[in-house]
Design a protein around this ligand. Sequence first.
Ligand code: TTP
Ligand code: MG
Length: 394
Amino acid sequence: MILHVDMDAFFAAIEQRDNPRLKGRPVIVSGHSKRSVVSTASYEARKFGICSAMPVFQAKQKCPHLIILPGSRNKYLNDSQQIMKILKRFSPVVVPVSIDEAYVDTQGCDKLFGSPKQIAVQIKTAVLNEIGLTCSVGIAPVKFLAKIASDMNKPDGLTYISRKNMDNVIATLPIKKVPGVGTQALKLLTALQIKTLGDVKHFDQALLSRKLGKMGTRLSKLSLGHDTPLQAQSVRKSISSETTLSKDIYTLAEVRKVLLEQSHRVGRDLRKKNWICRHVSIKIKFSDFSQITRSKKTESWISSSNAIYDLATQLYDKVSIKKKIRLIGVGVSDFKHTSEPVQMSLLLDRDEKIDQQWDCVDQAMDSVLQKFGSDIIKKASLNTPCDKKSKGTK
Ligand code: TTP
Ligand code: MG
């Protein structure tokens, strides 16, 4: 059996734990600009109809006495790491999938910790006692059903889908609840009259694959209760950071500043994991909500924020910008642990010596940030006003 552990209202719950005056009150964590959206809402705030991704102004309309907190990324990452450590005490196969959720394979763990249900109870107790937070756990024979189960009785839930009961759950599971089914797929599925995963089971598989490509094949397999096995090595595939800007921007200087900020964030997360990468991507959303992504693979393995920034700006420089920009994101992928050997290439496309020097700067900055908090030190160029003369350029 597989467990899916998902923390309840993660960022908000951490804030409530750390400030008892917030307990039992409607709290959201979000950016502080007018256009910010809710990243998480406490369950008290959800009673007012507030949910993730809702614009903050709308949340305030729904609940005028809402408490809005800026949040602290480092604090959340630290709690996340402690929670993952707890999970690893119960099984050697723990696969984190986001900052607040992970799969745990219970196979072979029964002799030490008992049945999957007993393991789930022990995990919930350990997380509550040691971290001071509640989580919801789903138990099922396959991954996607475990994830669905963890969401069924939130908060502080424990839901078990047995092998016997799998078919019943699949038969009535709304298709939009299947992990990975996004807006586009949902539109196509609705057009095909597919409302539940059970409907997929009775649908022509070849036709579904033709209409939805890989997603169609995957859904057919899921409808039969088949999911990919949990593998310890299928760890996080990418790290990214994106910001919806407080106002749409256009100048190169403004964009570079945001790219630099994002590159630092992503770089810090990368180094925290002791990873290096060689794939950098950017995402740009325009004022009309259209968006583009661009990515680049390098021969050299990198981890410095400066190298990430360098590649992000190279990608940006190749984009023809005709509209104002609303959101900017930077991501990295294709990882290796720093302890793994790196194949040297004759075609190195970056000056490794300079990258190493920047690595040292980053490590020093990371230690200062870790000790004194997220805003204590930053690149000087992030403090200087943007150069107005570069208006209109890319
Ligand atoms: P979720 O697990 O999706 O949400 P949650 O833990 O706040 O609430 P739930 O009880 O329903 O699981 O996300 C985990 C954290 O990730 C969340 O606390 C904040 C962050 N997050 C964002 O920053 N932006 C988002 O759009 C979402 C969905 C989450
Ligand atoms: Mg959660």
